[in-house]
Design a protein around this ligand. Sequence first.
Ligand SMILES: Cc1cc2nc3c(=O)[nH]c(=O)nc-3n(C[C@H](O)[C@H](O)[C@H](O)COP(=O)(O)O)c2cc1C
Length: 205
Amino acid sequence: MKEEKTKVLMINGCIRGRESRTWILAEAFLNCMRASATDPFTYTQLDLAQMDLRPLTGKFFEERQKLLEENNRMHPRFDLARQFAEADRILVAAPFWDLSIPAVLKLYIENISLDGITFGCNPDGMYGMCRAKDLLFFTSRGGFYEGGSMEQGARYLQALCGMFGIPDFRCIYAEGMDFQPERETEIMGRALEEARAAGVQYWER
Ligand SMILES: Cc1cc2nc3c(=O)[nH]c(=O)nc-3n(C[C@H](O)[C@H](O)[C@H](O)COP(=O)(O)O)c2cc1C
């Protein structure tokens, strides 16, 4: 029987297009990841800033609750959640905004966090229902946060991996971009090296 191709899902929450330092890191990774692939794979990229993602309010929220009550989890409005749950490898790129992530990425998360699709609940608590074995997160930050409790972006995505049942989380970042602009080339250089190495090694995992 023919084996299914690995499904790689890239969730792009970068706002500044090609100017984005975060996206530059992600692209460096993608180039090496593509070049080192030995088997064919599918690559799907969601450019969140171009999508019409809606917050869960009013009728949009009520419709969701009704569909869940009716156990209608195949409804098209849950397509994004099913796509996330079925991906084998997940990539996320998003800048550090307001100590966390941009709202478009939060909107996406709000729309894919679905009981019965990406996670489940039982009397013991929540359990993950996603297939992905890892989530690799690319980010860049204006200041320096490593290890501190003020950093709520990578920390949040890592916690979500626990909820979704994705066992492996890694963050590749460049920080201090705005606070020490004179060091930007040096810091980006190191982060780019890390991103390229992760791309080369991606299929070994
Ligand atoms: C709306 C907004 C909010 C930001 N919030 C923070 C912040 O809370 N802390 C910080 O260190 N930098 C913050 N920054 C700076 C960015 O993290 C930094 O410039 C980053 O490198 C931007 O990534 P990008 O080049 O991929 O867009 C913010 C920037 C913007 C535009």
